[in-house]
Each structure stands twice: as C-alpha cells, then as structure tokens.
Design a binder for this molecule. Structure first.
Ligand code: SAH
Ligand code: F3S
Length: 443
C-alpha cells in the first residue's frame, strides 16, 4: 500500500499554493493524499513565521498529534517559512520532527520523505530550487474547485524593517507572462470562475522577458499583465498584495478597462505616522500613500479598498498611533487586518529599543478595531439596496438555508439558497449589512 500523506497548512496564500504544488508532486510520485491526520503515514506541516504566534502554532500542533498517535507516530516533516529559517534547529525544538524542507524544496519532498521513512534521522533540505524547476509545476490539486491562486512573483526585495518574509522567501522572482496566461486559460477550461494573481508584492512584477505581454499597452509590466490575463476572458480576476510604493495609477486604468478585473485592491499601509513609516523602511510616507488612495477612490468604478496595520512597532508613541487612527478615518477602508507588532529575530527592527508593552499593544489593537468597525459599519450599510455579484462557495455555517460566497469587491455575502448554486455566480440584492458580512436575496 502506498503511503498516506496529510498536509496541514498555516499562513498566507503563497503557502496554500505551495501545499497544492506539494500535493500535486506527491500524488504524481504515488502517494495518497488524505484530509485528516488520523491514519496518516506522513504528516507535513506547511508553516508560517510572520509573527511569533504563527510560529508557535506548529509546535503546539506537533505536541497534540503526539498525544493522539501514541506509539504509532507517523513520519513528521516541517516545510515552509519556519523550516527555511530554522533549518536543523527545528530538531532541537521538537524531537518528533523527522525532516525539514525549506520554501524552495517543495518539488524534492518525495525524496526527503523516503529518506526519513527509510530511517535516516534529521533530514534537512533548505537549499535553492534546482534550475528549470522554478515554476514548472502547475498544481492539479487545488484548494477550491471554483477559485484558483496563481503565483506570479515570489519572494520580496523590500526588506521592511519588521518583516521576516525576505529571509524566508528569498529575492523576488517573476514568472513568465506566457506561462501565467497559459495557466489561467487551462483553469478557465477546467471551469474555474475566479483567479487570484498572488505574490508578496504583485505590482513589483518584473519578468525577464516581455514574452506574453506584447500588444497589451500599460505603464508597468504588472498593469500589462493584468490586461493580458483579463483578455483571456476568465470570469473574475483578483490580485493581492499590492505594495504602495510600486502602486502605479495605470492599475486603476486597467481595472476600468476590463469588467472582469474585480473591484478590490489590498494596499497595506502598516502605519499612519511618517516617523514610524520611515523606521519601518516602507519607502513611502502617509502623503504618498493617501495620493494613491485618492486615485483609487476617484476611479469611475467604485473600488473596494483593504489594508494591513501593525500596532506597537518599537517607539510608536501615542501621537504616532493617533496618526494611524486619523489615516484609518480618512481611507474609509472596506476591511482592515490589524496585527500586534511581533519581534522577528534577524530583522532590523528586532534591534530597536523602546519596545511597547503587551498591554499597550492590546489596548491600541482594540481601539483601532473599534474605530475601523465604525468606519466599516458605514461602508457596509451603503451596500443595502445595491446588487452585487457573488461567487457561491459553500453552504453557510450559520444557517442551513443560506449559501455564502464572495462578491467581486471581496466581501462575504450570505443569501437564501440551496447547494445546487455552489460554484455559480449569482446576483444578490443586499438587504442587510453586518459588521463583516452582507446579507441579501438572489435576484
Ligand atoms: N506584502 C506582503 C506582506 C506579508 S506579511 C503580503 O501581504 O503578501 C502580511 C502582513 O503581516 C503585513 O502586511 C504586516 O501587516 C504583517 N506583519 C508582517 N510582519 C509582522 C511583524 N513582525 N509583526 C506584526 N505584523 C507583521
Ligand atoms: Fe514584508 Fe515589506 Fe516584503 S511587509 S513581504 S518586507 S513588502
């Protein structure tokens, strides 16, 4: 009998696509993929290291499984960002781990698993991808039958002072446009309704050659790529994340030209204080950022805007925090992800003094959350009486009579309907706005 593998994924969309890619490669190599840890011969944790809590999660999970498994411990592997950063140190943190596979070792997993299953101890591969191997696996195992993530750029060159990603994911590498377009076309044939172009910073997209972008006018390679992918006719096209400094107004123009380019932009600001933005090494101040927001808000299409903010960066004073609150009011975001600053060893910010206390960070977190909730209540209630187009993803967990999905503007929308609608795009008239979701009826 072939070995059964269970993969548990933490973290961002990039990790989700790496899991898809790992699953594809493992199935090709003859493994059976299962959806729960019980009965697995191999358990793989695809890990995230962006904040300390995320990193701690994996060790807690290993501990839990150890209790459940008793003497029948499966072979355990750690892949992803923690694996890349910690390497063999993982074996010191958890003796249950048999092998470690870095962020560039996904395609070599079958060999690593076999070495570990063969009894070799402490197997580690945190090396680079092999030449020619970089993007050539188009996953056939996808996390959803309707929505597909397509990586266009991996890694990050920005080195924001708080962030570990440039160390765990390496330098920016853009995928060829021809390959991206071919993948989207094949997804379309398979019936996928929505594609998300993903990357740490999608708008820093810079392929080695312009192949595939010919004939698609645009100010930057990314806006040309958006036009080229939208021209495939895929029903809905989203992209995330955009980096403010590289956010060219032509991206908004492309969205205006192609109705299938969705009306949602995720543009993380991190802080509203110029002093803190400088210490974060973001490469922009609040005025630059607000200029881009103005361009987005002035679009003739109504665009939804979301963001990330970190509270409690070292040295953040009450005035700095007040500047963030102020910016949040000005931007009227459709959604905001708030994070408490988490010190990451190896980043420049880890050496800064003036750490903010845990209690203060929590206080700021709650204050910002409340402020955003007030903004969001207004933004969401503006949708009442309007129609949105929803890709129906599943039955609602709250009510057996409701279905749920995302609008083109990336809001969660619930409405009365049956499971036969799953995978379809439905027009929904919004009748009620909650804090984080909309409710309506199909029309
Ligand atoms: N451009 C990337 C950002 C990756 S990290 C992307 O979204 O793909 C995602 C978010 O995590 C960041 O925008 C930031 O708000 C938060 N984050 C990153 N490092 C952090 C840290 N050390 N402490 C707290 N939050 C952090
Ligand atoms: Fe991190 Fe800044 Fe890059 S937040 S992923 S270093 S753009």
């Amino acid at each position: 009998m072939s070995a059964r593998v269970y993969i548990e994924t933490f973290g961002c969309q990039m990790n989700i696509t790496d899991t898809e890619r790992a699953a594809t490669g493992l199935r090709r190599a003859g493994y059976e993929l299962i959806q729960q840890p019980a009965g697995a011969d191999v358990i793989l944790f695809n890990t995230c290291s962006v904040r300390e809590r995320a990193e701690q999660k994996v060790y807690n999970r290993i501990g839990e499984l150890r209790k459940i498994s008793g003497n029948n411990m499966p072979v355990i592997g750690v892949m992803g960002c923690v694996a890349q950063l910690e390497g063999p140190a993982i074996f010191d943190n958890s003796t249950a781990v048999n092998f470690v596979a870095g962020t560039q070792a996904t395609d070599r997993l079958p060999a690593l698993i076999e070495r570990a299953r063969g009894g070799e101890e402490a197997v580690v591969d945190i090396g680079d991808r092999e030449t020619g191997e970089v993007w050539d696996v188009s996953p056939v195992e996808r996390h959803s039958p309707y929505v597909a993530f397509v990586p266009i750029i991996e890694g990050c060159n920005k080195f924001c002072s708080f962030c570990i990603v440039p160390y765990s994911r390496g330098r920016e590498k853009s995928r060829s446009a021809t390959e991206i377009i071919a993948e989207v076309q094949s997804l379309q044939k398979l019936g996928y309704k929505e594609v998300h172009l993903i990357g740490q910073n999608v708008n820093s997209y810079r392929p080695k050659s312009p192949d595939g972008l010919e004939g698609h006018a645009g100010a930057t390679p990314f806006s040309r790529l958006l036009r080229a992918v939208a021209a495939t006719g895929i029903e809905r096209l989203k992209f995330t994340t955009s980096f403010p400094r590289d956010f060219h107004p032509d991206i908004v123009s492309a969205i205006e030209e192609y109705p299938n380019l969705c009306d949602w932009i995720h543009l993380p600001v991190q802080s509203g204080s110029d002093r803190i933005l400088q210490a974060m090494r973001r490469g922009h101040d609040s005025t630059d950022y607000l200029k881009r927001v103005e361009g987005i808000k002035n679009s003739r299409r109504m665009l939804s805007l979301t963001s990330d903010v970190i509270v409690g960066f070292p040295g953040e004073t009450k005035q700095d925090f007040a500047a963030t609150l102020n910016l949040i009011d000005q931007c009227e975001y459709d959604g905001l992800y708030i994070f408490k600053y988490s010190k990451r060893t190896g980043t420049p910010a880890a050496r800064l003094a003036d750490e903010i206390s845990v209690a203060e960070k929590s206080e700021r977190f709650l204050e910002l959350e409340q402020r955003q909730q007030a903004v969001q209540q207004k933004v969401y209630s503006d949708y009442v009486g309007r129609k949105v187009s929803v890709l129906v993803e599943r039955g609602s967990t709250r009510s057996s009579e409701d279905m749920t999905g995302h609008s083109t503007c990336h809001k969660v929308v619930n409405f009365k309907g049956g499971p036969q609608l799953e995978g379809q795009i439905v027009e929904v008239l919004i009748t009620e706005a909650k804090h984080y979701s909309l409710y309506g009826r199909a029309c």
